[in-house]
Each structure stands twice: as structure tokens, then as C-alpha cells.
Design a protein around this ligand. Structure first.
Ligand code: FAD
Ligand code: DLZ
Ligand code: SF4
Length: 512
């Protein structure tokens, strides 16, 4: 009996469940560069180059270990290839009788895989993706126990279950969460370290050429390309982070500075998501740094919470709520993306910086994604459909299981507060405190309304005016509505007028 072991582009680990108990003499591993995956959204060229190069390096490592491998390179002439066509051809070529695959990261792909039993008349086994530290069924069981299944409770459950940063079943340091210590504002003395970069080898250079020849109409710059594409280099990136950035990670987690896209973040998400690193080893490395090198608890706990808490939580939410989650639009937002989401050309200096850096690096750090770009999408009333598409294609770490709950849930409140207890809305004041963007902006962050006022200032109030019936009874927004209630009619009128004008101009922008 010959079994096909299918490895998808974000499953690049020799310990992936689809390879367990493989018969090296009989079984065939299939990896395929296929058009459908490059086309379902027009991914950033750096993301495609990253995935293809990492796939080719991983395939070479497998071949070196004497696995039998069928590796299909992108056929630039036939643009109709898909996972299904690649599997069908390989099943026929090798007289395969069974397919084994690890659970994919996207609902769309799961549906495709489930069809093969019928369309190919073959046994298909879908194995759990045990790179995640919480199973899909386990999350669903945990979630049932809560009226409001918030990330913070889930995170505590995970800390206890995996015995991370615990002592005698209690959180080390006495507190579960040190987020209040992790909000230091921007200041001139912050000087982030150089990031870990890898020089492209021959395989990567070939892929860069392929991508620039083939996907030149996609948003983003393929070069300079400096991502790690092997497990060895991804491990070096993890070490670089632990040694150089983790000790500042907590303090400056929310800070944004012009010309400093990487700050003290780890830049590990794309490696974890694709399988070059496991979430567990990143968590363990940080915990060890706390124990051995006495790194500050707020930094280590903050970093671990992102991976053990948020990352696992959003994955649980995705599989629990799909496919309905994809359709959600609780605030009935209808706006399209303005052109500057593609060009970066806007007078709003914060957005200009974050979008331009996204275009260059296929990366933006969390606060740029959440409180600048995301905040704008929320306040400007952009339709979740377009916002999700944008976030899914622009970042090198984007797969729907992680992108969708962050966009629909965290930034757009489109799930009616399942993920976020209140909308992550902020005026220019927040961006001014956490960044140096406002200093060079054509808008004035101190002005509330009018032509030269920071658009975030009036859009913020306008959002809460427009959504009064939904939010006025939310206790976490009591301060917002208390302030609004004290505003006189002319102030409200000015906010509404400035907002209407701004949104009308946005419409002209995307319709042009
Ligand atoms: P660090 O700041 O160093 O954080 C450490 C790790 O924690 C990350 O590598 C990541 O694995 C994990 N993490 C942190 N926050 C989250 C989160 N909210 N959800 C899941 N994991 C998290 N992350 C993705 O991996 N893919 C996405 O497509 C993605 N889309 C996002 C869209 C929006 C609107 C927002 C607000 C966040 C999104 N995130 C996404 C989460 C987060 O912004 C990125 O994981 C992070 O910026 C990656 O950079 P880093 O590795 O330097 O992270
Ligand atoms: C994102 C992506 C791209 C652009 N190309 C491929 C590909 O050619 N072959 C492949 O196996 N995977 C690719 N991927 C990653 C897949 O889209 C990803 O595995 C699924 O979306 C499931 O998460
Ligand atoms: Fe952004 Fe407003 Fe500051 Fe300009 S003034 S950078 S638009 S927050």
C-alpha cells in the first residue's frame, strides 16, 4: 500500500503529524507550488518568495534524508494548478491508495481536501496539527464553560496546563499579566538593535527571480530579501531575539518610531506559522532566559502571552466559528479601501509610515497593525471583506486562521465583541503618545475638527456617535458616553461635518 503524504507550504517541519509512521521506502511525500495558492489573494511578493524558498529548502533537506519526494515547481505556463490537481496527478503517477495530510490552516483548503475522498475515490486521513499547544476540540470544550470566553482566561488555562511561568500552581511573580507595565510611551532615547538578516543563497535567488518575473503586479517589494528560509536560520533569529530584544520587548511593545519598523519585536511569527519554529520552543527559550539570565518578568510574560495566549486563542476561535465568522459585519461597515492602502500616499503620516513599511517588508508590528491601520479601518467604516483581504495578502505571516480573528474580531468589532470586549478605537492622542509620527504630519494632532485637524480625532467621536445604540450601555465605554453627553450641539455638529467630509473624500479617492 502506497501512501501519499501531502505537505502544505505552511507545514515545513520534519515532525509534522502527516509524516509520523512514514514508510520511507514506499510512501511518497508531495510538495507543490501551485497557482491557486498564489492567486486566491494577491500575496505580497516577499511572502511568496519566502514560502517558495522555504519549501524548496525543506524539500532538499527531506531528500537528503532519503525520503521519496515529489516536488512540483510552479509551472509558469499552465496557470491552472491547485492542490487538487497536484494530488490527482501524483496519485495516478505513483498508484497511490491513501492520502495523509495534517489539518490545514484555512477552511477553504480543508473543504478542498475533504472533497478528495469522493472526487479521487481514495481514503483521506486528516491528522491534527499538533504544532499547536491547544487542539481544536480542546478549545471548543474550554470555550463552552464561559459566558464570555476571553483570551485572558484561556491564557491562564494554558499557563497551568503547560506549566509555563508557574510556581506551585501559582503564576511566577504573583501576577498572571504584566500588561500595565508594558505601555511605556515613545521617547528619543530608544535605539532598536539591527535585525537578524540572512543573505539569499542560490535557491532563494532563483525564487526571487521567479517571483519578480511572475508577480510584478502584486503589492510589495520582493527585494531586498533577508528572511530566514531554513530551520537553522530561523533558530538563529530566535536566539538573536532572546539575546538582543527580549529585555526591552515589554517596555516598548507599543511604541512606534519613524524609520524603525522592527523595534524590539521578535519577527518570529512568519517562521512559527510556516513550521520552521515551534511555538513551544519559542516559549521555552523565553522562559529559560527569565530563569537563567534574570530577564524582566514583564518582558518575558508579555512575549509568552502573545504566543501561548493570543496565538492559540485566535486559532481556537477561527475553527470554532468558521465558516460563519468570515461573513460577520456587525457594524454594517460598507466602505472600500482607499487607494493609499496600495500606494502609501496619504497626508496622514502614521498611515503613510505603516503602509510604506508594510510594502517594503511584508511586516508591521502589532501596534501598527492594530492601532494605526486597524484603528483607521474601524473608524472609517471599511467593509470587513476588503480589510480582511488586504491583511491576508500584505503580511508574510498571514494565514486565514490567524488573520481573520485579528481583523474581524480584534480591529473591526465585526463579531459583536466575541474577541474584544470593546472596540480598539483611539483618537490621535494615543498615536501621538506612542509614536513620533505626529511631529512630521501635515495634520495637527491637537486640533479636534476642521481641515487641518487630525482625522483620527473627529472620526473617533463620530464612530461612537454613529454606533450609540450598540455601545452606550457597555460599561467599558461609560467614559466615552459621559464625555459625549457633555458635548454641546455645535461640537457634535462639527465632528459629524468634519467626518462626513473626510469620508466623502475617501470615497472619491477609491473611486478615482
Ligand atoms: P511579536 O510582537 O514579537 O510577538 C511574538 C509572537 O506572538 C508573534 O510572533 C506571534 O506569533 C504571536 N502573536 C502576537 N500577537 C498575536 C495575535 N494577536 N494573534 C496571534 N499571534 C500573535 N499575526 C500573524 O501571525 N499573522 C497574521 O496574519 C496576523 N494578522 C494580524 C492582523 C491584525 C489586524 C492584528 C492586530 C494582528 C495580527 N497578527 C497576525 C498578530 C501580530 O500583529 C503579529 O503576530 C506580530 O505583529 C508579528 O510580529 P512579531 O513576530 O515581531 O511579533
Ligand atoms: C501562501 C501559499 C502560497 C502563496 N503558495 C503555496 C504553494 O504554492 N504551495 C503550498 O503548498 N502552499 C502555499 N501557500 C501556503 C498555503 O496557502 C497554506 O498552506 C494554506 O493556505 C493552508 O494554510
Ligand atoms: Fe496620524 Fe493624526 Fe498623528 Fe497625523 S496627526 S500622524 S494623522 S495621529
Amino acid at each position: 500500500m502506497k501512501t501519499l503524504r501531502l505537505i502544505l507550504g505552511d507545514q515545513l517541519s520534519e515532525h509534522i503529524s502527516s509524516l509520523k509512521n512514514i514508510n520511507k521506502k514506499e510512501d511518497i511525500i508531495l510538495m507543490a507550488e501551485v497557482w491557486d495558492e498564489t492567486k486566491y489573494v494577491k500575496h505580497h511578493p516577499k511572502k511568496i518568495a519566502f514560502i517558495f524558498s522555504a519549501m524548496r529548502h525543506f524539500a532538499a533537506a527531506l531528500a537528503h534524508r532519503n525520503y521519496q519526494l515529489e516536488y512540483i515547481k510552479l509551472d509558469t505556463k499552465n496557470k491552472n494548478s491547485s492542490f487538487s490537481s497536484a494530488v490527482k496527478d501524483t496519485v495516478k503517477k505513483h498508484a497511490i491508495t491513501k492520502i495523509i495530510v495534517t489539518h490545514p490552516g484555512e477552511y477553504r483548503v480543508l473543504t478542498e481536501i475533504k472533497n478528495w475522498t469522493k472526487s479521487l475515490n481514495i481514503d483521506v486521513e486528516i491528522r491534527d496539527d499538533d504544532r499547536f499547544m491547544c487542539g481544536i476540540d480542546e478549545f471548543a470544550e474550554w470555550e463552552q464553560k464561559f459566558k464570555q470566553p476571553r483570551m485572558e482566561f484561556f491564557y491562564r488555562y494554558m499557563r497551568l496546563k503547560h506549566n509555563i511561568l508557574m510556581t506551585n500552581h501559582k503564576p511566577i511573580g504573583g501576577k498572571w499579566n504584566y500588561d500595565n507595565d508594558n505601555r511605556k510611551p515613545a521617547n528619543n532615547s530608544i535605539k532598536p538593535n539591527k535585525i537578524f538578516k540572512v543573505k539569499p543563497d542560490k535557491i532563494t535567488q532563483e525564487v526571487i527571480q521567479l517571483v519578480s518575473d511572475t508577480f510584478s503586479d502584486h503589492f510589495g517589494d520582493v527585494e531586498p530579501f533577508y528572511f530566514a528560509v531554513t530551520r537553522q536560520d530561523a533558530l538563529k533569529c530566535l536566539q538573536h531575539f532572546i539575546e538582543n530584544n527580549l529585555s526591552n520587548f515589554g517596555d516598548y511593545q507599543d511604541v512606534m518610531l519613524e524609520g524603525e519598523p522592527w523595534m524590539y519585536h521578535s519577527h518570529l511569527s512568519q517562521y512559527i506559522n510556516i513550521g520552521l519554529l515551534t511555538p513551544k520552543e519559542c516559549i521555552v527559550a523565553a522562559e529559560q532566559a527569565y530563569k537563567q539570565n534574570k530577564l524582566p518578568i514583564n518582558c518575558v510574560e508579555g512575549f509568552i502571552r502573545q504566543i501561548l495566549g493570543w496565538r492559540e486563542y485566535v486559532r481556537g476561535v477561527y475553527w470554532l466559528k468558521m465558516p460563519e465568522y468570515y461573513q460577520l459585519n456587525h457594524l454594517e461597515a460598507k466602505g472600500k479601501l482607499p487607494n493609499f492602502f496600495w500606494s502609501g500616499k496619504t497626508k496622514m503620516n502614521c498611515l503613510k509610515n505603516c503602509i510604506t513599511e508594510t510594502k517594503q517588508n511584508a511586516y508591521a508590528h502589532h501596534i501598527q497593525r492594530l492601532m494605526v491601520i486597524g484603528n483607521f479601518c474601524l473608524l472609517a467604516g471599511l467593509d470587513p471583506k476588503y480589510v480582511n483581504e488586504w491583511y491576508l495578502l500584505v503580511y508574510a505571516d498571514a494565514y486565514e486562521w490567524v488573520e481573520l480573528p485579528n481583523v474581524t474580531g480584534m480591529i473591526l468589532y465585526a463579531d459583536n465583541g466575541y474577541v474584544a470586549s470593546k472596540p480598539y478605537a483611539a483618537s490621535g492622542n494615543y498615536i501621538n503618545k506612542m509614536s513620533d509620527y505626529c511631529k512630521k504630519c501635515e495634520y495637527n494632532v491637537k486640533e479636534k475638527t476642521g481641515e487641518s485637524a487630525c482625522p483620527f480625532n473627529y472620526l473617533y467621536w463620530n464612530f461612537f456617535i454613529n454606533n450609540k445604540s450598540l455601545f452606550r450601555n457597555n460599561p467599558r465605554l461609560a467614559f466615552v458616553y459621559n464625555t459625549l453627553n457633555k458635548m454641546d450641539d455645535s461640537a457634535i455638529n462639527s465632528i459629524v461635518k468634519s467626518s462626513e467630509k473626510f469620508i466623502k473624500n475617501l470615497r472619491t479617492d477609491y473611486e478615482s
